[in-house]
Design a protein around this ligand. Structure first.
Ligand SMILES: C[S@@+](CC[C@H](N)C(=O)[O-])C[C@H]1O[C@@H](n2cnc3c(N)ncnc32)[C@H](O)[C@@H]1O
Length: 435
């Protein structure tokens, strides 16, 4: 089966690692093959279908609502997952000068329909049978009648319904979005094989068909889940995009493959601890994670978030100031540090951040073990300042990689450093905890 995913700007290297099975052993069985197509923000791949997995145990009970496509359950670096209908990089002819652009779009989609109608039927069957299997499972295990009409056609000739969802960018922005959506909808209705009985249903369709029209090409598919995969049910509040937090966590554990839980991690400015929750929830390499924040209100948010993760007991949050000597016993040191530093916008002013960075980096350098990973998220604007400060402090951190990303519209960089040597024994002095 072929799929495509959408991802946040700059996260492509992480998505490729994830699809290669680097983060999930269960992906070895899926035989994932990534297509070499250049589509900004999207990756096309094929994988063996794995419809439903065995329901997970929750409070000693089977929870059938957890039964779902393996990819949906595991993918953590992506925004959305789609069943692929088609993609095409060459869009010449679409917007030729002198040609009515809408009729170009209509002809294009009408011409494509015969090639994807069988795939569309297959995906629709897949979705309704997965939905119906889940419903039966819930009824069987919980004795629960599930609300909502059964989407499975009762008789062979009964229809499937669809709704079209269109995103346009680049040159296509010159067109009226509503008109394009209507034009694609009617090209589908008129050209899908009559035998399949496809009808438009804007309210409760069997499938949604998403079209992305971009300067780089056209890609079309069926969204396989209602909510973006980046919306984590276990997080109460997500101030930092969960996909970015997950990518940072993956770098922090890099080099440690054992699932035994050996690593000790620190987020010295943890806010609501999004990064730590992603870390302990998905990386069994972590034994214990400490979070620090200067703000009691932020620490309270952290308690709420960590409280929703089953692995709560691995996270401890302290209220303290990371620019003062950190509150750990002398013999303690950390295998990894992850930190989403204040950008001087929402938290602190730019001058305050400038004054803060040398102190906190000095402390990070004291408590990180040799060979440990340091993963920092900084606004692009602050990056030069950060690099200069690290240079002046003469810390022995080797840059492993820099990943430019976007937080909404704000350009930022994930820095991955490794501490390579220490001048002195890697000990932390005993200190007082500041209020
Ligand atoms: C960009 S936010 C981190 C957001 C966090 N990643 C999350 O998921 O909520 C930066 C955090 O640093 C905290 N902070 C600022 N100065 C600090 C200091 N000197 N020591 C510890 N925390 C500090 C702020 O209270 C804020 O929660």
């Amino acid at each position: 089966m072929s799929y495509f995913i959408t991802h946040g700007q700059g996260l492509e290297p992480f998505v490729r690692r994830e699809l290669s099975g680097q983060y999930h052993r269960s992906f070895d069985d899926l035989d994932i093959h990534v297509e070499e197509v250049k589509f900004p923000g999207k990756i096309v791949f094929s994988a063996k279908p794995q419809l439903l997995v065995t329901p997970t145990k929750k409070d000693g009970q089977n929870d059938p609502t957890q039964a779902t496509n393996v990819l949906i359950q595991h993918l953590k670096t992506v925004e959305r997952l789609f069943g692929l209908l088609f993609f095409e990089s060459d869009i010449s002819g679409f917007l030729e000068p002198g040609r009515n652009a809408l009729s170009g779009v209509y002809d294009y989609v009408a011409g494509k329909v015969s090639t994807f109608s069988i795939i569309l039927d297959n995906w629709a069957e897949y979705l309704v049978s997965a939905e119906s299997d889940k419903r039966n499972l819930r009824k069987e295990v919980l004795g629960e009648e599930v609300e909502g009409a059964d989407l499975r056609p009762k008789r062979r000739k009964e229809s499937h319904s669809f709704r079209v969802n269109v995103r346009i960018s680049g040159k296509f922005r010159a067109l009226n979005h509503r008109a394009v959506t209507k034009c694609i909808g009617s090209a589908l209705v008129k050209n899908l094989p009559k035998s399949a009985n496809w009808v438009i249903n804007l309210k409760r369709p069997t499938v949604e068909i998403s079209f992305y029209l971009t300067d780089e090409g056209v890609i079309c598919g069926i969204p396989l889940c209602k909510l973006p995969l980046s919306e984590r049910s276990y997080l109460n509040k997500i101030p930092l995009r969960s996909t970015i937090a997950y990518c940072m966590a993956s770098l922090a554990v890099e080099g440690e493959d054992s699932d035994e839980g050996t690593l000790i991690a620190l987020d010295p400015m943890c806010g609501s601890s999004t990064i730590l929750v992603e870390l302990v929830k998905h990386f069994p390499q972590v034994l214990f994670a400490a979070g620090i924040d200067i703000s009691t209100a932020q620490a309270e948010e952290a308690f709420l978030n960590a409280g929703k993760a089953e692995e709560l007991s691995k996270i401890v949050v302290l209220v303290s100031d990371s620019s003062l000597t950190l509150p750990f016993k002398s013999e303690m040191s950390f295998d990894c540090i992850l930190c989403d530093l204040p950008f001087g916008i929402q938290h602190l002013t730019r001058d305050e951040v400038t004054a803060l960075l040398p102190k906190v980096f000095k402390n990070f350098n004291l408590i990180i073990k040799t060979g440990g990973n340091i993963v920092l998220l900084l606004s692009s604007e602050m990056s030069e300042l950060c690099e200069n400060i690290l240079h002046e402090l003469k810390v022995t951190w080797e840059i492993v990689e820099k990943y430019p990303v976007k937080l909404g519209e704000l350009p930022a960089i994930i820095y991955h450093y490794k501490k390579v040597i220490t001048a002195e024994p890697n000990k932390v002095s005993v200190v007082s905890v500041s209020e």
